[in-house]
Design a protein around this ligand. Structure first.
Ligand code: NAD
Ligand code: MLT
Length: 313
């Protein structure tokens, strides 16, 4: 019998898949933290988490018998992978289940920014009929800079083409040939910063991408640029972005992810920045994406525990 701990309110279908196996004892728990997580985790063979459960060095070092961690989502930054590896614990993610939801969310952010929809909504809620303050811009013929052309970045680019945008892209791992096939013109970061009307980031958060866009990069941009981060907090320097919004150096920003989540106890400067749309990490929050990633992770755990197979789509 294998014991599997499921946390962070994984979609019910993923839990159902696991419960069909007589070999699995599946336990569902609310998100656990610190000591409570350390105590609970002892004796489990597998754990499935979304992003709220933090499998830190301390938690993993204290674990006994854990064989596999499945992350129902893309980013594994809530898991200390080096410690897991050291302890021989396999880490898998669900890389493709939330791609479309996050690409659509990014696009929703871009249109909301271009047309100032949340700001008009807020004004209506104050019973102010203001038809002057919310004049926006069209997407047609605008240049979109996409940094990171993996699953989500390329889906965003496809949607932007349908809107008649020109796409400049940067990804050190994408070939010229593939970019051309996708209708994306590869460009240096500097060119993207200088020429784009909208810039969206879709890279993982790594040492190379932390603070990728800061004060110096923003200085190169058009004053009319609008910046979107639906990837990971910290890729864009939050203080520099907030300062650029407050001083009117850029036209707007839309942010779904933060260097610390929730961002409220760290006095995040974006919280009171003007022309900024904020969301609480909702890119993958659709029925479809949560269903997909739950199934992907449940199947990954089952395959590994029963057959020793590691399958990442
Ligand atoms: P992916 O792995 O398919 O694509 C990432 C791309 O970034 C790759 O093509 C890679 O070559 C590129 N890259 C890596 N380092 C780079 C660098 N230094 N400069 C430019 N490009 C670089 O991942 P994905 O599924 O497209 O996800 C992208 C990001 O979105 C991840 O950070 C992921 O965690 C995040 N995400 C957020 C949400 C959300 O809810 N907001 C949902 C899903 C994914
Ligand atoms: C991911 O990395 O998959 C996203 O941030 C979405 C999530 O954490 O649910």
């Amino acid at each position: 019998m294998f014991r599997i701990l499921v946390t962070d309110k994984l979609d019910a279908e993923g839990v159902e898949i696991l419960k069909r196996y007589k070999e699995f004892d599946v336990v569902e728990k609310e998100t656990l933290k610190g000591d409570a997580l350390i105590q609970e985790l002892r004796g489990y063979d597998a754990i499935i988490v979304r992003s709220e459960t933090k499998l830190t060095k301390e938690v993993l070092e204290a674990s006994e018998g854990l064989k596999i961690i499945a992350r129902a989502g893309v980013g594994v930054d809530n898991i200390d992978v080096p410690t897991a590896t050291k302890k021989g614990i396999v880490v898998v993610n669900a890389p493709s289940g939330n791609t479309i939801s996050t690409a659509e969310y990014t696009f929703a952010m871009m249109i909301a920014l271009a047309r100032k929809i949340p700001f008009a909504h807020a004004s209506m809620q104050q019973k102010v009929w203001d038809r002057k303050s919310f004049k926006g811009v069209e997407l047609l013929n605008k240049t979109l800079g996409v940094i990171g052309l993996g699953r989500i970045g390329t889906e965003v680019a496809k949607r932007a083409q349908a809107f008649g945008m020109k796409i400049l892209g940067y990804d050190p791992y994408l070939s010229e040939e593939m970019a051309t096939k996708l209708g994306i013109e590869l460009a240096s970061l500097e060119r993207i910063y200088k020429e784009s009307d909208f810039i969206t980031v879709h890279t993982p958060l790594t040492d190379a991408t932390r603070g990728l866009i800061g004060k110096k990069e923003i200085e190169m941009m058009k004053k009319s640029v609008r910046i979107i981060n639906c990837a990971r907090g910290g890729i864009i320097d939050e203080a520099a972005l907030a300062e650029a919004l407050k001083s009117g150096r850029i036209a707007g920003a839309a942010v779904d992810v933060y260097s610390k989540e929730p961002p409220f106890d760290s006095a995040n400067p974006l919280l009171d920045a003007p022309n900024c749309i904020l969301a609480p990490h909702l890119g993958a929050s659709t029925a479809e994406a949560q269903y997909n990633v739950a199934i992907e992770s449940a199947e990954a755990v089952a395959n590994f525990l029963l057959h020793g197979m590691i399958v990442n789509s």
